[in-house]
Structures are given as C-alpha cells and as structure tokens.
Design a protein around this ligand. Structure first.
Ligand code: PLP
Length: 356
C-alpha cells in the first residue's frame, strides 16, 4: 500500500488499553459504540480488535445496515441498534439477530414481527431526541408483554457540561426503573463523559469517544491513549515572494519571502476548510501554519523555518511528530466544532490501516 498518500493508522493496542482503563475505573461491562464506521476508525478493525475481550458485552451501532456490516465482518457478540427499527429494516434485523432500541410505539409495532423478540427500551430523561417518557409506562407495559426486555436505557446529553442536569437525569431514570418494575439483564445510561457519575443501579456503559482516545472533559480521571494517527505527504516545495497571494480567493498575502509546502490533504480528506489561515500540520517535528484557503485535495503550509523539507516527507495531520502533537480536539477547537465531528469526517480516501 506504499502508493497510498494519506493513511489513518489505527492503534488497536491503545484502543484496547482505553477500554480496559474505563472498565477498571467503572467496574461495568461495556457496549463499544462503533456507529459511523467506529467514529471514522474503521468498524471492522475496531470491532474485530475488541470482540474477544471479556469485558466487551457487545456493540452499539446507529442503524440496521451498520449492524449488518458488523455481522459480515464476522462479529458474533450482541449488536444493539440505537436508532430504532423501521419496517424496511426488519429483514436485516432478523437475518443478523440485531437488537433494536425501542423508543417509540411505532418501533414496537414493527418489532412485533421480529423473530427473536429481544429488545431494549429507551426512556427520554432530558435529551428530547429518542425515548419514551415516564408517563408512557402504563401503556408501554401492556404493549411489551410478548417481548423479552433485555435492556432499559436512557442517554445523557450534558454529562460533560452540566453535572446538576445529569444527576437529575440519573435520579429520574431510577424512578422510571422503579415504576416499570422489570428486571432486565442490562441497565445503561452512561456514555464516556457519564462514567464519572455515581450510578450504582446501572450495570453497563455505552462507550464511544473515550475508547478512541479523546477525553470528554479536561479533568477526566481515566488515562487514555491516542488511537488514530492521520498522515499525508508533501507533494511540492516552493518559494514565494513578499506580496504573493496564496490559494483560492487570495485570503493570505505573504508579508515576507517564504518557503511553502503543498500537502496532499484537503477538505475532501476531512481537514475542515474552517482551518484556512488558522490551523497547522506537523512536518519533521515542527508546527507548520496553514496559509490561505484549504482546498479540496491540498493544503499549503509555511515551512520557512524548516531546515530540511522534501517532496515525499511525511505530514502529520493528527498525531505526534517528535515531541509535538496535534489532537482531534485541537482541530475541533480551531474550527469551532467537537472532536467527534472531525474523527468521523476523515473521509474514505484516507486509507485505514491497523497498527498493533
Ligand atoms: C454515540 C452514543 C453514545 C456514545 O457516546 P460517547 O460520548 O462517544 O461515549 C452512547 N449512547 C448513545 C445513545 C449514543 O448515540
């Protein structure tokens, strides 16, 4: 694969260490969240690396099709589909033994036709996205009689930003569990940011971002290691003159003579165009500022301060170069978004490769 210009190296040893650290901290088994191609890390690489760990209880995906893909990769553990169940997906659910999260009476109607009547039921305790309300319980109890309720769950929208809101949700969830009076195998509300909250009646965690090495909060108490490194190549090095304008729309004008490198990585690879004149990459252990607008396939960076830079040199988009590092959260902060969006935005052109 030497001919590939841009690669995303996925370090599955670090991935496993991260999951293990969360498991040790929480003492709860884990549903690994591998939706959106494992947050851009390649669902096949990630799910295969994790499937044999005994503290991995199963996997969560967003849609039936994502579950179908996991089965095709040979994953045998439980697969929970977070995004509900639609009529058109029934065959996939049955064929692949997928377990739907039921959040709506319409889901329940569709689920009547499941071969295995195993479901998780979701309650909305504050997200206002998916889930029943506590006030639905009486009606719900009637309608779920023919099902095996394997799990009951809720979701925490602000575990990273609002502890009071989160604690109230956990209390609300506790009241709902008492009211519904079912004893499912799994009770889960905690996500990555949620594991730091006390929730003794929950026995599993749905783990996403922390497993991929990004701390959901600055003072997150669990050690995490970076999982994805994104690399590209220098494809041209040239000198420009004071007063020259760089890239589309000429948004950067050189205030001195400069040396620049053209990097084979643009917004079509997942480098946000919002990083134009703001972001940086690493070449030979040095930060190099992005000059002018990021283009679809290429980005121009300042290498005036580098003694040596050649066509074919490695460029670190995310990851380490000598003692310097660029994290997904750095790119996210500079471009006004969150690490999740940058991770799952690394595009298909960037070839994923497992490193152990
Ligand atoms: C994506 C998702 C998670 C994982 O959240 P992280 O913050 O990445 O740990 C958990 N639960 C639900 C319902 C999700 O959609």
């Amino acid at each position: 694969m030497d001919f590939i210009r841009s690669v995303a190296l996925v370090n599955t040893e670090n991935l496993k260490k991260n999951v293990e650290n969360v498991y040790k901290f929480s003492n709860k088994k884990i549903f690994a969240v591998v939706k959106a191609d494992a947050y851009g890390h390649d669902a096949e690489i990630v799910s295969k690396a994790l499937s044999s760990l005994d503290f991995i209880e199963g996997f969560c995906v967003a849609t039936a099709y994502e579950g179908y893909l996991l089965r095709n990769f040979g994953i045998e553990k439980s697969i929970i589909v977070l995004g509900g169940i639609l009529k058109q997906e029934l065959e996939l659910f049955n064929q692949c033994s997928l377990i739907p999260v039921i959040s709506d009476f319409f889901h329940l109607e569709v689920a009547e036709n499941l071969k295995f009547k195993k479901i998780h039921i979701k309650f909305d305790t504050g997200m206002r996205r998916l889930g029943f309300y506590g006030s639905d319980i009486e009606k719900l109890k009637e309608k779920i009689k023919g099902f095996e309720i394997e799990g009951i769950l809720s979701h925490l929208p602000s575990a990273d930003t609002d502890p009071e809101y989160t604690k109230n949700q956990i209390e609300d969830f506790k009241r709902i569990l008492k009211k519904i009076d079912i004893n499912p195998k799994y009770i889960h509300i905690q996500n990555s940011a949620g594991v730091v909250y006390d929730c003794p009646f929950c026995n599993t965690i749905r783990l996403g971002i922390a497993m991929y090495g990004e701390k959901p909060t600055q003072n997150y108490p669990i050690d995490l290691y970076p999982v994805m490194t994104v690399l590209s190549k220098v494809i041209s090095v040239k000198n420009i003159k004071k007063g020259d304008k760089i890239s589309y729309c000429g948004t950067f004008t050189a205030d001195r003579d400069m040396k620049v490198a053209v990097v084979s990585f643009g917004y079509a690879d997942g480098l946000p165009r919002a990083l134009s004149n703001k972001g940086y990459v690493l070449i030979n252990g040095k930060y190099c500022k992005i000059l002018g607008n990021v283009t679809m396939d290429m980005t121009i960076v300042d290498v005036s301060d580098l003694d040596v830079v050649n066509v074919g040199d490695d460029v670190v988009i995310v990851g380490k170069s000598k003692d310097k590092e660029i994290k997904f959260s750095d790119i996210a902060n500079l471009s006004g978004t969150i690490a999740y969006e940058i991770m799952c935005g690394i595009s298909k052109r960037v070839v994923r490769e497992e490193v152990k």
